[in-house]
Design a protein around this ligand. Structure first.
Ligand SMILES: C[S@@+](CC[C@H](N)C(=O)[O-])C[C@H]1O[C@@H](n2cnc3c(N)ncnc32)[C@H](O)[C@@H]1O
Length: 236
């Protein structure tokens, strides 16, 4: 016989509660056993979906600020940013297992940076809460070249509006690309949110923004491509 809606809701609620409880017990045990040695508290990079939403990062880590990199690739930028900004907790998101593991390796001696395998755009929204994010870096995201794939492009007005409340005042989204058609597309989307962000645009040179040349930057530089960036700073 088909289950009633109430039975399904009850079962689902129980499962969610149980996984949240198990996760908190696990985290508490790790913290207790290692006496807040956060270096050993390596959250499981490949199990981002098991984290309770939103994670209370402030209760787990000393850092009061959180910043994010979406699409870490080889992980060199996340490592650079985290080692130079120890007061910030850095979260990286990568969709491929190979790059997640590559990045994880690069972060292994840092206690303020973690990488998770999963979609960066939805996780940035779901894993953080209101006014907690300082910076979001999206460097050389896949441009989804084909017209029929344009609908998959994540850097759009809706996401900029959704993530706005999770940013602190003055918090920012930093985007760079080598693909000019994609730059024009993202630029048009950003222009739709000029009521809530100040925009700065220009030719992208990593060192001018305290960043380093990443794997893909170097690859495309060799091919003679030009680079552009957009910095969107939250205005309240
Ligand atoms: C062209 S590479 C750029 C990597 C790196 N940012 C760099 O500059 O070298 C794009 C990266 O984004 C990752 N990626 C694509 N879609 C993603 C998503 N929705 N969330 C997180 N990572 C994503 C890809 O797996 C790939 O590693």
């Amino acid at each position: 016989m088909a289950k009633s809606i109430n039975e399904i809701v009850k079962k689902y609620r129980y499962q969610v509660r149980r996984s949240v409880r198990n996760y908190s017990i696990y985290v508490k045990k790790r913290i207790k056993s290692k006496n807040t040695d956060y270096n050993s508290l390596k959250l499981d990079s490949l199990a981002v979906n098991k984290l309770p939403y939103p994670v209370k990062w402030g209760e787990l880590f000393d850092q009061s600020q959180i910043s994010i990199e979406i699409g870490c690739g080889h992980g060199e930028l996340l490592r650079h940013l985290a080692s130079r900004n120890p007061d910030t907790l850095w979260l990286g998101f990568e969709v491929t297992k190979t790059y997640t593991l590559k990045t994880k390796k690069k972060l292994k001696d840092l206690d303020n940076a973690f990488v998770f395998k999963g979609d960066g755009y939805s996780n940035a929204l779901n894993l953080t809460s209101e006014a907690t994010l300082t910076k979001i870096y999206v460097l050389f995201p896949d441009p989804w070249h084909k017209k029929k794939h344009h609908k998959r492009r994540p850097l759009i007005e809706k996401w900029f509006r959704d993530i706005h409340s999770n940013l602190i005042d003055g918090g920012e989204i930093f985007f760079a690309t080598d693909w000019m058609e994609y730059y024009d597309f993202v630029s048009k989307e950003f222009k739709k949110v000029e009521d809530i962000y100040n925009l700065e645009v220009g030719t992208y040179l990593p060192e001018e923004h305290g960043l380093i040349p990443t794997h893909y930057y170097l690859k495309w530089k060799e091919m003679g491509r030009e680079f552009k960036y957009i910095r969107a700073i939250k205005i309240s």
